[in-house]
Design a protein around this ligand. Structure first.
Ligand code: C5P
Length: 233
């Protein structure tokens, strides 16, 4: 397919503060095996043959970005993010205008997910382009409990047909911009791209991804990510 042959751009939101790690340094700059988390993520994305370039979205006050212009021969551009993840993704997509046509597919991948498998990216692109939009996701394996305000079980939720949304997510650039703008105008807090597309009436395809595509959120996740990255090719 032409879009894939030409390569896809990937927006990488990296403008969060990572408050749950409890460090003064934003979590995307904390080291895993001696290298900042963000550079692991960018390196793995840039190494994928279907990815043409990366649009890294940084916080306005970011003083730690090393000023990279390419990784593995792939161009790296930067944009300034916003208050919420969706604002940062929208800023990244808008900054791609001129480079990416509205009708072209674009990936979005969290900076905080360094353990991304090349095979999962390939499957997402292949199936997602055919489906008109898709996300990597993993079926829920645990029993789900809903808590009351006292931290007691209010109900057991069904886990059948429940999936955890991962990234990357793949949508046409113009459609995703319109969906994120519409969610923002309606005051809907979308926590992933698919949610914005769902509000526009789309039904993104769930493409099963590896369970270990963890989002590094707490300090314990850093040790787990180091272990997982050491086992990846
Ligand atoms: O906060 P959360 O873990 O959901 O963030 C997921 C990704 O979105 C992270 O890579 C984070 O840096 C990014 N983010 C962002 N702009 C924000 C908030 C989060 O780019 N305002």
């Amino acid at each position: 397919m032409a879009t894939t042959d030409a390569g896809l751009w990937c927006v990488v939101p990296a403008a969060g503060r990572g408050a749950r790690v409890g460090s003064a340094v934003p979590k995307q700059y904390l080291p895993i095996a001696g290298k900042p988390l963000l550079l692991h993520t960018l390196g793995r994305l840039a190494a994928h043959p279907c990815i043409a370039g990366l649009m890294v979205v940084l916080a306005a006050e970011d003083a730690l970005w090393p000023g990279l212009h390419e990784i593995a021969g792939k161009p790296i551009l930067t944009a300034t993010g916003g208050a919420e993840r969706a604002d940062s993704v929208l800023a990244g997509l808008r900054a791609l205008r001129g480079k990416v046509e509205d009708s072209q597919f674009t990936l979005v991948h969290d900076a905080a997910r360094p353990c991304i498998h090349a095979a999962d990216i390939s499957r997402l692109i292949e199936q997602g382009i055919r489906a008109g939009g898709a996300l990597l996701a993993a079926p829920v394996r645990d029993t789900l409990k809903r808590a009351d305000t006292q931290g007691r079980v209010a109900a057991t939720e069904p886990r059948e047909a429940r999936w955890r949304a991962l990234t990357p997510q793949l949508f046409r650039c113009g459609e995703l911009i319109a969906a994120l703008e519409s969610a923002r105008a309606a005051g809907i807090a979308v926590t992933d791209e698919a949610m914005a597309m769902e509000h526009m009436g789309h039904k993104p395809l769930l493409v099963e991804g590896s369970e270990d595509t963890i989002k590094v959120t707490t300090s314990a996740d850093f040790a787990l990510a180091e272990f997982l990255l050491a086992r990846m090719d």
